[in-house]
Design a protein around this ligand. Structure first.
Ligand code: KIV
Ligand code: NA
Length: 267
């Protein structure tokens, strides 16, 4: 199988073929999503919530994310594996960002990295790209800035549209090969996608983007009733939680009743 490269993504944009991205944090989901033909697997810092049990993405560390990234990379034949730089591991300087990104490539075996921020990250993006690291930017609502942005809110409504457009322009000019746009009004995201030469990947940014990304634990229904409300932009494609719950209950019932193990499971 041919690996998905940045130039393939550019070709897909040129052809008008939509690009698919899902998060993945472990071997089995990586293998399954790769087999399904998902183009990019993002080992998101959303692992903070979805693996490590935090309420936000802020607490997760480089040392926690790198082993997950490596597991996903080892389990993927075709998909591009995108490492996600966590809060505090790149904002101090382009040098800090470069050293962290190198760890994600060397130890995490990532093929490219993602970082949050627009125009203010341009020098950092330039530094990474000059060092041979493909960079995906992330603009609009950026979860690592949740406290600064005042919670989960759509970015780029009204006058703020100009800021999102300027951020998109700046990260493209700095050499990013792609940009994730999160919670941006659909008409603005569509306009940016048409004007920008690089690939745009939307999450809560409408159908006009060049591709889409969802957090797999949201999209595949593994979250339970106590795990918070799904954002409006998520669609549920499977009921993994229901399947696991039924399976675990059936196993427990058979062990309690003595139905498992049977003679065929016994030496
Ligand atoms: O960490 C993550 O899951 C992300 C996606 C929401 C794009 O950054
Ligand atoms: Na992220």
């Amino acid at each position: 199988v041919r690996k998905v490269r940045t130039h393939h993504l550019a070709d897909m944009k040129a052809r008008g073929e939509k690009i698919t991205m899902l998060t993945s944090y472990d071997m089995y989901t990586a293998r399954i999503f790769d087999e399904a033909g998902i183009d990019i697997l993002l080992v998101g810092d959303s692992a903070a919530n979805n693996v490590y049990g935090n309420e936000t993405s802020l607490p997760v560390t480089v040392d926690e994310l790198i082993p997950l990234t490596r597991a996903v990379a080892r389990s993927t034949k075709r998909a591009m594996v995108l490492g996600d730089l966590p809060f505090g591991s790149y904002q101090a300087s382009p040098e800090q960002a470069y050293l962290t990104a190198v760890r994600f490539m060397k130890e995490g075996l990532a093929h490219a990295i993602k970082l949050e921020g627009g125009a203010e990250m341009a020098p950092t993006i330039r530094k990474l790209v000059e060092g041979g690291i493909p960079v995906c930017a992330h603009i609009g609502f950026t979860p690592q800035s949740e406290h600064a942005l005042g919670g989960y809110r759509v970015q780029g409504r009204g006058d703020a549209a100009e800021k999102v457009k300027a951020d998109a322009r700046a990260v493209a000019d700095a050499g990013a090969f792609a940009v994730v746009m999160e919670m941006v009004p659909g008409d603005i995201a569509e306009q940016i996608s048409k004007e920008l030469e690089i690939v745009t990947i939307g999450i809560g940014a409408g159908a006009g983007c060049d591709g889409q990304v969802l957090v797999w634990t949201d999209a595949m229904g593994i979250r339970g009733p106590d795990d918070g409300k799904l954002p409006r932009f998520v669609k549920k494609y499977a009921d993994v939680r229901g399947q696991l719950l039924e399976g675990a209950k059936a196993y427990a019932a058979e062990v309690k009743s003595g139905a498992f193990p049977g003679p065929e499971h016994t030496f």
